[in-house]
Write a protein that binds this ligand. Sequence first.
Ligand SMILES: [Zn+2]
Length: 140
Amino acid sequence: MPYLMIWGVASLIYAVVGQRPTVRPDVITSAARYADSCARAWGYAHGVPPVVYRTFAPGSHPLGARVIGEWRPGDGRAPDTVLVDTIYKDTVWAVAHELLHGAVGRPGHPFAFVACGLMTWQHAPVADGACAGVLCKGGR
Ligand SMILES: [Zn+2]
């Protein structure tokens, strides 16, 4: 009986964690190559750092429902984290946008973001105001 319980618990964990949406490897590869190339072209010589990817349910970001992505710097021991709304997890420009923050090393959007076409309004113009510090619908 305990074995069945262990099997049941393990299956449940797999069902919950195993099917958790994540950023696809091919999207990561494309986004990282593009962001790295963009960063180096604009003088951010370190390029894209190692990153951990996480997703969040649409509209559930703590900073607001309009947020579709966020870059969080590492602390020297843990790497940077890229968080992406599950709706945008397969969207190369959205992931590349966050990776470019990693290469730049700070929030905010220097001209490299615009030059490389990585701003939200360059993909989905929405006139619903600005959004500071994170990638969001209509954000600049
Ligand atoms: Zn941004």
